[in-house]
Design a binder for this molecule. Structure first.
Ligand code: WAQ
Ligand code: MG
Length: 274
């Protein structure tokens, strides 16, 4: 018999604005500690202490779980914000996203993609061919949930990230989210950077290209951040949202973790391949 699993979600806000969110998928014995940790995170957030924290806990059918491997991780160092954003556009182009659509989407994230210029709680859905936004609610966006590391994958991942100085919750959770999203029907690529004012890194992830981590995608102190999922023409939005929001996904294998390289060097290898 399969052990029951719980989907744990946290959403924190401050003065009515989204501050922080998280989602875990856990066995019964891990629920309490994870819930305490998420509440603490909301109260100790670098952008301010939350004045409202909501936790939700739901039992999930363990028979529905999909087991996947984490994406390959390639850390890329950029010289600054401008190079980071050029790198993101180039990596998205490699995933089939036209330059104009990539640039428009980067600009939206930089300005705050929610109506009124704030951060969204979830991700934008972007039509890869036109750049049109397809998410039903531009403030909420679409949130991926019900995903986590399983078994000793967390320990193994930590062992491999630590020597690179990358063993932190941002990287772990982003890899898990990006892995679920990259496996979604219709998703060509994801672009992300943090909304935390002191966390400047982001990534472009796709099923083929893996998780390309870009060391800087925004300026220090900038509170804007977010995610965009780029969709192939004809993507079934209902099926996509159902997968992202409800299909439980556990990662039971670590992917290859490459040593860091400079974007300029890596870009040259991409150019040679093309
Ligand atoms: N589903 C969809 N969108 C989400 C989700 C989710 N579960 N969680 C967050 N977002 C969106 C939302 O708009 C947030 O404002 C934005 O993403 C950023 O969330 O070093 O920390 O939790 O390799 O601030 C990436 C780099 C860090 C990690 C990402 O995101 C690394 C990060 P944050
Ligand atoms: Mg954040």
């Amino acid at each position: 018999m399969k052990r029951p699993l719980y989907s744990l979600r946290m959403h924190a806000s401050l003065d009515g604005d989204h501050l922080s969110g998280a989602e875990r998928l856990l066995a019964r014995n891990a629920v309490a500690a994870a819930a305490a940790e998420l509440v603490e995170r909301a109260l100790e957030h670098s952008a301010g202490s939350a004045d409202r924290v909501r936790l939700s806990l739901e039992l999930v059918d363990p028979g529905a779980v999909r087991y996947l491997q984490l994406p390959e991780l390639r850390p890329l160092r950029v010289a600054g914000l401008a190079e980071g954003r050029r790198a993101a556009v180039a990596l998205l182009a490699q995933c089939g996203i036209p330059h104009q659509v990539a640039e428009l989407t980067l600009a939206r994230l930089a300005e705050g993609a929610a109506p009124g210029g704030g951060n969204m709680r979830g991700a934008m859905l972007v039509a890869a061919d036109s750049g049109a936004r397809l998410e039903p609610d531009a403030a909420r966006g679409v949130r991926a949930s019900r995903m986590d590391l399983a078994g000793d994958t967390g320990r193994k991942l930590g062992e491999r990230l630590r020597p690179l100085g990358l063993d932190n919750p941002h990287v772990r959770e982003a890899l898990v989210l990006a892995g679920k999203v990259a496996a979604a029907p219709g998703v060509l690529a994801e672009l992300c950077w943090s909304d935390d004012p002191d966390y400047l890194a982001g990534y472009v992830c796709s099923a083929d290209g893996g998780y390309r981590r870009i060391s800087q995608l925004k300026a220090a102190g900038d509170r804007h951040g977010g995610r965009a999922f780029f969709l192939a023409p004809g993507t079934d939005l209902a099926a996509l949202s159902a997968y992202l929001e409800t299909t439980p996904v556990l990662f039971d294998r670590v992917g290859t973790i490459h040593p860091p390289s400079d974007w300029s060097r890596y870009a040259a290898t991409l150019a040679n391949r093309a």
